[in-house]
Design a protein around this ligand. Structure first.
Ligand code: G3P
Length: 222
């Protein structure tokens, strides 16, 4: 079954009560179409959103730290305690060193958070697959937030990432993201071998979020 992960970033439409509202729409559409949904919110919104919905709530980031003197850092244990079931790691807009990707992925696994490790190019997708996350998300940075989907602009990046990741471990699922806006983009992602999508502006900034999500979910189960 495919998954739709919506990243609310720091968009006004995806913060606080707006994040809750969006998560509820995702939950409704997910149930209607039998599609797994996860919402990646600001760490400070995890608790609030997780209290309102059954779908998975992910943190947009965690730091590779344990309990201790780390003022202002995002503690994986705290995110888990707040109700998160997963986390993004190394998003293109919050890239970290390879040692920290490894350490964050390890701590996340220890505390029971699913991991979506983001990669900008095929080579990075292959490399982070070695950390055995649940998901690797391939997102060419230059297409993020734009109107042309990765599936149209760089379909080979998706299919090559799938091939590279699966060679490392069949169990690691590949998501693709950047510029995904429609059911057609989702259908193409699945055709290219992705097992889900990571999307932000196409949903979070859409006028009719329910309609776009329904279109995407429908394409996912076709
Ligand atoms: O995390 C998803 C994101 O980076 C893609 O953004 O706005 O192109 O869907 P967007």
């Amino acid at each position: 079954m495919g998954i739709i992960v919506v990243n609310t970033k720091a968009y006004w439409e995806g913060i606080g009560k707006n994040a809750v509202e969006l998560a509820k729409i995702m939950e409704k559409i997910g149930r209607e179409y039998g599609v797994e949904m996860a919402i990646a919110v600001q760490p400070c919104d995890v608790y609030r959103v997780a209290n309102e919905v059954e779908i998975d709530v992910f943190s947009q980031h965690i730091d590779a730290i344990e309990y201790g003197s780390y003022t202002g850092w995002i503690l994986p244990h705290a995110v888990k305690e707040a109700g998160a079931r997963g986390t993004l790691i190394n998003h293109s807009e919050h890239r970290i060193k390879v040692e920290d990707i490894f350490a964050a992925a390890k701590i996340a696994a220890e505390v029971g958070l699913k991991r979506v490790i983001c990669a900008s190019v095929v080579e990075v997708a292959r490399a982070v697959a070695c950390f055995m996350p649940e998901y690797v998300a391939i997102e060419p940075p230059e297409l993020i937030g734009g109107d042309i989907s990765v599936t149209k602009a760089k379909p080979e990046v998706v299919s090559e990432s799938v091939e590279a990741v699966k060679k490392i471990n069949e169990k690691v699922k590949v998501l693709c993201g950047a510029g995904i806006k429609s059911g057609e983009d989702v259908a193409k992602a699945i055709e290219l071998g992705a097992e889900g999508i990571l999307v932000a502006s196409g949903v979070v900034k859409a006028k009719d979020k329910e309609k776009v999500l329904a279109e995407m979910a429908e394409a996912m189960v076709k």
